[in-house]
Design a protein around this ligand. Structure first.
Ligand SMILES: CC(C)(COP(=O)(O)OP(=O)(O)OC[C@H]1O[C@@H](n2cnc3c(N)ncnc32)[C@H](O)[C@@H]1OP(=O)(O)O)[C@@H](O)C(=O)NCCC(=O)NCCS
Length: 164
């Protein structure tokens, strides 16, 4: 239940994560001198869409703790239409990992390519700005299981790096 932006209680049941999608044109001011999109602008859209996915899942405000395994696989060109798709794929105690994929569509041909993928750790915050527990993630499909396991590997790899 939610009141005044604060989660008062949860039913304790695992919760299904819905995908959040945002669509944008790539304008000249989004690009570098190669005519391709700035990585920082791509990260901004990923962060924004990922935060919405996490906030909707947990019904709290969230903050980005980490961006892991971000891979810019294909350049995104001026004039293309990009779709940013974010979904919570893993939950810890107070943190969630959101997988974010950015697809770029050619305006004329409609051809679609996956351009960027990344895993964002979002932490749920209470009204005092302290980390608070999130609902457990409901896993129903093979794809969701594979996404969960991939995110778990990302989390373990990040932990190993910070311990070194
Ligand atoms: C993220 C933040 C709230 C964590 O606070 P904290 O006091 O370290 O909290 P905790 O140690 O209790 O960790 C809370 C959760 O965050 C995770 N976490 C904390 N730092 C992390 C990091 N750098 N990378 C990945 N996960 C992290 C912990 O593993 C824990 O997850 P769990 O509860 O699911 O096991 C705090 O570090 C912060 O405010 N960072 C700045 C965030 C920010 O400004 N982001 C950019 C703008 S949005």
């Amino acid at each position: 239940m939610r009141s005044h932006g604060v989660v008062e209680s949860t039913d304790g049941l695992p919760r299904r994560a819905e995908a959040v999608r945002s669509t944008n044109f790539v304008f000249p001011n989004d690009t570098n001198h190669h005519g391709t999109m700035f990585g920082g602008r791509v990260l901004q859209l990923m962060d924004q869409t990922g935060a919405i996915a996490a906030a909707r899942f947990a019904h709290t405000t969230v903050v980005t703790a980490a961006m892991e395994a971000v891979s810019f696989q294909q350049p995104i060109r001026e004039g293309e239409i990009i779709e940013t798709v974010a979904r919570v794929v893993y939950t810890g105690r107070t943190s969630m990992i959101v997988r974010v994929d950015v697809f770029a569509d050619h305006q004329l041909t409609g051809e679609r390519k996956r351009a960027t993928t990344g895993y964002l750790t979002m932490v749920a915050l209470d009204a005092a700005g302290k980390p608070m527990p999130v609902p457990r993630l409901l896993i129903e499909t093979e794809e969701e299981r594979a996404d969960y396991e991939a995110a778990e590997q990302v989390r373990l790899a990040a932990r190993r790096r910070t311990e070194d």
